[in-house]
Design a protein around this ligand. Structure first.
Ligand code: 6CS
Ligand code: FE
Length: 296
């Protein structure tokens, strides 16, 4: 399959225009769904949309106690889905919760998420990846600037930009406890990164990403034209962002954790092929490849 978004191949970084639509429709008009025209236009223009208080206080409390139980189990676990912080053994992320945990499996199928993403992607969807990021107080380290699509294209073989991430806030997100920062409009450009992907890169990149990160000049160019947006709000809110929107988050040096759960939906018309890096695919708990899960 032709590589429309080559990255980690050239010795110099380049920025190319996006080749895919942002609001997809197989039938020529947008699918019906919960998002208003204004919300769709905002997502199209910025590459993200903040939905305050989508989940009730009780739903948040239920998910927070689920997080506590998962944290306890993960703290002494050696299973590969558990990722630890780069400078400590503290739990940083737990992957594949949509597959392994009943509450988050139900969340993945929640119509508030599924109907919104099917409206944008214009097709049936499946969960490409899910994870909990704990971003613990004092210990939660940064996620450097990146486009998720760049990684999912190069390392997982995601052909086109037809996927959306939902970050469900499970703690109040303040400007100071490491909220997600996004560059409005950055989803319209693909930053081709330099450097060859190391073998088994995910063993390091999920702790601290050093390959597939954009160069300072490209980041500066994007930020000067789009600025930097830091959506904050109460637990239970949802931040949905396009797979190619440039984002990152700072280390959390406050006492207040910034836990969230991510659900990433891919169009069933955009199922993973061989990684464009030419290397072996990443494990199933990071990128869904099993057809049983892909075909609804
Ligand atoms: O490599 C990945 O798939 C993960 N890395 C980051 C920093 N964001 C997306 C995804 O969770
Ligand atoms: Fe990311």
């Amino acid at each position: 399959m032709e590589d429309l978004y080559p990255s980690r191949i050239n010795s110099e970084p380049t920025v190319i225009e996006r080749k895919d639509p942002i609001l997809h429709s197989d039938a020529g008009q947008l699918s019906p769904g919960p998002l208003t025209i204004e919300q769709l236009k905002s997502f199209d223009s910025n590459g993200f949309l903040f939905l305050p208080n989508l989940f009730s206080d009780q739903e948040v409390k239920n998910m927070q106690s689920e997080l506590d139980g998962l944290w306890e189990e993960a703290s002494s676990s050696t299973r590969p889905e558990v990722i630890r912080e780069p400078q400590s053994d503290k739990v940083r992320s737990i992957f594949a919760v949509h597959r392994d945990d009943p509450m988050f499996s139900a969340l993945a199928r929640d119509s508030r998420l599924q109907s919104a993403v099917e409206q944008i992607l214009g097709s049936e969807v499946y969960v490409h990846q899910s994870r909990i990021n704990y971003k613990q107080g004092f210990n939660g380290k940064e996620f450097y600037w990146h486009s998720d699509f760049e990684t999912w294209h190069v390392e997982d073989g995601m052909p086109r930009m037809r996927a959306v991430s939902f970050s469900i806030l499970l703690d109040d997100n303040y400007e100071y406890n490491g909220p997600l920062m996004l560059i409005p409009g950055s989803h319209k450009y693909f930053v081709s990164c330099v450097g060859r992907t190391p073998e088994n890169h995910y063993k390091d990149s999920l702790r601290k990403q050093e390959y597939g990160v954009p160069d300072h000049e490209s980041l500066t160019w994007l930020a000067k034209q789009g600025g930097i947006s830091v959506p904050t709000g109460p637990a239970g809110s949802v931040l949905m962002f396009e797979c190619n929107t440039m984002h990152g988050s700072n280390s959390n040096i406050t006492p207040f954790s910034r836990r969230n759960v991510f659900m990433v939906y891919n169009s069933v018309s955009n199922a993973l092929v061989k990684p464009f890096s030419g290397q072996a695919p990443r494990p199933e708990h990071i990128a869904t490849r099993q057809s049983s899960l892909v075909n609804k």
